[in-house]
Design a protein around this ligand. Structure first.
Ligand code: SF4
Length: 331
């Protein structure tokens, strides 16, 4: 059952979304908090409570609105309508600080954030792309709030440039009929099915993700494929070949001719390792001492020689199957 409990800032109920959520979740316990950033009751719980805490929903008001410049598929990272997520990918980059970033937090001041996004899109020197999904999974959040529908409709109507977001979820049906005016870039993240099941816990299966990107492309959205994060588990080359073959078989011609591809190798952190070993003691071990090296601030990444060889391998295998698709970066 989700959410099992709701922690909320009382002032959030002054907003339309806050009220709507209050009416939607009437049979859930609502617990008032001072700030979504610092929930004392949760802060002191142990790592082994991670799974339990992922069932909670936090509702607050976003106060930080600082855009950060970016040079990948977008020009700016936008702090947007939610952060964290109710899924439990063992490598999740949002688990920067267990007590603050793991569970799903929804911000009710969506109109303020959307107004700012539209206003900013008209003030840049050139046409820009705004990444609105770097702190959360907006397809998942949309099921609870409808915020993505609102964002696409209003940005298409009044924004300049593009918005983009990645996802590991397949619930896209409510977006298919929207008049997005070509201003939205949808990026589906994929991994071999074994990794989805054992590492990306609680996300959509590969077959559903493929159907979702096919549907979004058919509905006229610009699309990208994120092969990410690439994890060097046992027999990883075979698994990724199988993934590429499945994609080649099941993606529509339209997707294959229009999509771009991003490839990201996994990074991992000391904090994640501590959480995973206590919250998921039987889970697949994704930290590999032989293959990984420290990258500062408690982070690990694959050693350069392994990473370079893997990049070569993946570029070759991707190009073999998706000749027309541009690989925008491998990091
Ligand atoms: S779906 Fe994304 S945000 Fe959610 S746990 Fe996985 S990596 Fe983190």
């Amino acid at each position: 059952m989700f959410p099992k409990k709701i922690y909320y800032e009382p002032k959030a109920l002054d907003f339309e979304l806050g009220q709507r959520l209050k009416d939607k979740y009437t049979d859930v316990e609502w617990i008032p908090i001072k700030s979504h950033n610092n929930i004392e009751e949760l802060r002191n719980r142990s790592n082994s409570d991670f799974v339990e805490m992922k069932k909670y929903l936090i509702i607050g008001i976003r106060k930080t609105h600082k855009y950060v410049e970016n040079q990948k598929v977008s020009d700016y990272l936008v702090p947007y309508s939610s952060s964290g997520c109710s899924a439990m990918c063992l490598y999740c980059y949002l688990v920067c600080n267990y007590n603050k970033c793991s569970y799903l937090r929804i911000y009710v001041n969506i109109d303020q954030m959307l107004d700012k996004l539209i206003e900013r899109s008209h003030k840049t020197d050139k046409i820009c792309t705004f990444e609105i999904g770097s702190n959360s999974d907006l397809i998942l959040e949309n099921v609870i709030t409808g915020n993505l529908i609102k964002t696409i409709e209003r940005f298409a109507e009044s924004g300049r440039g593009y918005i983009t977001f990645p996802t590991k979820f397949s619930m896209v049906d409510d977006l298919l009929s929207l008049d997005h005016k070509g201003k939205v870039i949808f990026r589906m993240s994929v991994n071999p099915e074994m990794i989805i099941k054992k590492v990306e816990i609680g996300t959509s299966p590969l077959a559903e993700r493929i159907k979702a990107i096919n549907k979004m492309c058919k509905a006229g959205y610009r699309v990208g494929l994120l092969i990410a994060p690439v994890i060097f588990v046992e027999k990883w080359k075979e698994l990724y070949i199988e993934l590429l073959n499945t994609l080649s078989d099941r993606l529509t011609k339209k997707v294959k001719s229009e999509m771009f591809i991003e490839v990201i190798f996994m990074t991992y952190s000391y904090v994640q390792n501590a959480i995973n070993s206590q919250a998921f003691p039987k889970a697949l071990k994704i930290y590999n001492k032989e293959l990984m090296t420290g990258r500062g601030r408690g982070k690990y990444c694959y050693k350069q020689e392994y990473r370079d060889e893997a990049e070569c391998f993946l570029r070759k295998e991707i190009n073999k199957r998706f000749e027309g698709a541009k690989i925008v970066y491998v990091v």
